[in-house]
Design a protein around this ligand. Structure first.
Ligand code: SAH
Ligand code: SF4
Ligand code: F3S
Length: 544
């Protein structure tokens, strides 16, 4: 091991997919840096190339596969490079990937990332030993959860090593010269919903909730290190529920806990048994109260059903919890929602939206839609358009249905909506959403908003929202990486500070000179004077 390390290996790590993957990559990076690895920006020179992959749509996988071809070329040229596929694709494809892509040296699923450093070390050691080294078996080159991840009721805390990765997070002080003031904190892993189109329950495994003490502690340490904004992560965050006293490790610490399943939301069984429970609302309240130097607390993704009034009330009463809800509706047709196994009707979704605005009149709401789900008719697509007209979504990510191996939908439904129709529906819904977004943004004209500034942009540079079908950038708006790509240009006259409101609206504030750049990473007040579908244009408020 030390021999391998003495070579100070370099790593290139590219991340596809959702925020969960971005967080995983950050943790993997931290673990490898601790071991002496050095991260580089160029895949051509790295000793170890890792792709943290996404399987949510076929297109996402194609991207990663095309990268594998590039590394195969390096290997053919005789270079010694370790190629690792980690994340959801590794889990979904399994060891078959070794056969189809022989250039792949290691596979590591998202639930086994704590084992990744060892896998890499073993491979590098065998590579350094040269051709005489016995080729490591497929088993020795992979860490996959396989079926284990879905033995939901039997997953013991001891099986759940991944918690170690979250706990091992390094809490480096935020470098004052960087713009990084935001961080992710996982509260729940996996998913128990089984929407029929979705691979996530297979790739990420059963829903597991982290102990509230660990979550609060992680938030506190990040805030101590200078982080101002935390986004809590989970596939269905508002499903968070931790029953105390039932999963304690030998060290006395509470352990991650398998989700109680839907029954817990319908009965008072745990209350009746006298067990103390931390709900999502309780967790939000705890983080807010116990980490007072955290300026903003966000969370994604919310599941429309199960979003209790209690969580909304905590959001109302706790000023530093952002009044922002990302709760995908997926479709505006009851029949399609049923085929998707979403567990709510359009009416119930709208009731949820009304509840949000009743309690939080200033809330912003965003979501996702899938168009061209099997058998979706023109009328059903129109029903989706109608829902978008009725709900003041600030934005929506719109995806063309992509049949995924291992899902119920691919087995049960024929992918019968032609690609052309999917594209047309996608474009129409995007157009409609643009109009809705414009109206939502216009409502802020004339108001003062608090902005966390994230970057400076030069006059004339135009924002471009990344292609929502580009799964490598499914950056939901609450993400610190909300992907606005500004054309590169040197700061000049007419410089603007770009940031976001607590409701995740993007603000461009004109400033007179470049020296304002030091305000990146700070808060300021701005008065909105104009709006476009994606952006609020604002002027500084002098008292800020
Ligand atoms: N847990 C989140 C979503 C995670 S996946 C939730 O339930 O809201 C992110 C988005 O990808 C989903 O909301 C859905 O709109 C989209 N998606 C998932 N599987 C898909 C598929 N097979 N085809 C097209 N879009 C899909
Ligand atoms: Fe996928 Fe549905 Fe779970 Fe979201 S809630 S991750 S869409 S199965
Ligand atoms: Fe995320 Fe893609 Fe996996 S959306 S959970 S990385 S399949």
């Amino acid at each position: 091991m030390s021999e391998a390390l003495s070579a100070a290996p370099t790593v290139y790590l590219e991340t596809f997919g959702c925020q969960m993957n971005e967080l995983d990559s950050e943790l993997v990076r931290g673990a490898l840096v601790t071991l002496g690895y050095r991260f580089v920006e160029d895949w051509r020179t790295a000793n170890v190339v890792l792709y943290n992959t996404c399987s949510v749509r076929e297109q996402a996988e194609h991207k990663a596969y095309s990268r594998l071809g590039l590394i195969a070329q390096r290997k053919r040229a005789g270079e010694n490079v370790v190629l690792g596929v980690i994340g959801c694709m590794a889990e979904r494809d399994g060891k078959d990937m070794f056969r189809r892509y022989p250039q792949v040296d290691l596979l590591c699923g998202p639930g086994e990332l704590d084992r990744l450093p060892n896998l890499i070390e073993n491979l590098r050691t065998s590579q350094l030993l040269g051709d005489d080294a016995p080729r490591l078996s497929k088993d020795a080159r992979s860490a996959l959860a396989g079926n284990k991840s879905r033995r939901s009721t039997t997953l013991s805390a001891a099986d759940d090593n991944l918690e170690l990765l979250d706990l091992s997070r390094a809490f480096e002080p935020v470098d004052p010269t960087t713009e990084r003031r935001s961080a992710y904190v996982r509260i729940t892993r996996g998913c128990n919903k089984f929407c029929t189109y979705c691979v996530v329950p297979n790739t990420r495994g059963a829903e597991v909730h982290r102990p509230p003490d660990s979550i609060v502690e992680e938030c506190r340490r990040l805030a101590d290190a200078g982080v101002l904004e935390i986004t809590l992560l989970g596939q269905t965050v508002n499903h968070y529920r931790y029953v105390h006293g039932s999963a304690v490790g030998s060290d006395g610490r509470e352990q991650p806990q398998v989700g109680p399943g839907l029954a817990a939301f319908r009965s008072t069984s745990t209350l009746a048994a006298g067990l103390r429970t931390t709900t999502f609302a309780d967790l939000l309240g705890r983080i807010h109260d116990e980490v007072p130097h955290l300026r903003r607390i966000r969370f994604v993704t919310s599941y429309p059903r199960d979003f209790g009034i209690d969580a909304l009330q905590v959001m109302r009463d706790a000023p530093r919890i952002c009044n922002y809800v990302h709760a995908p509706a997926q479709s505006g047709s009851d029949r399609i929602l049923k085929l998707m196994n979403r567990g709510y009707t359009v009416g119930e979704y709208e009731e949820f939206v009304h509840r949000v605005f009743d309690v939080l009149p200033d809330a912003t709401i965003a979501g996702d839609f899938i168009v061209g789900f099997p058998s979706e008719t023109d009328e059903e697509f129109e029903a989706t358009c109608d829902l978008v007209r009725r709900v003041p979504f600030k934005n929506n990510y719109i995806f063309k249905y992509s049949p995924r191996p291992g899902t119920v939908a691919i087995d049960r439904f024929v992918d019968d909506v032609p690609l052309e129709t999917k594209k047309l529906r996608n474009n129409r819904l995007l157009e409609l959403q643009t109009q809705v977004s414009q109206k939502v943004h216009e409502q802020w004209i004339g108001r003062e908003v608090e902005v966390l500034f994230e970057k400076v942009r030069a006059h004339g540079a135009q924002p471009r929202e990344t292609d929502p079908d580009d799964a490598s950038s499914i950056s939901h708006p609450a993400s610190k990486n909300v992907e606005l790509r500004w054309q590169r240009a040197k700061p000049q006259e007419g410089t603007q500070l770009i940031g976001r409101t607590q409701g995740d609206l993007i603000v461009a504030m004109g400033v007179t000179d470049e020296s304002q750049a030091h305000r990146v990473g700070t808060f300021g007040m701005a008065r909105v004077y104009a709006a476009s579908p994606m952006i609020l244009h604002a002027a500084p408020v002098s008292s800020a």
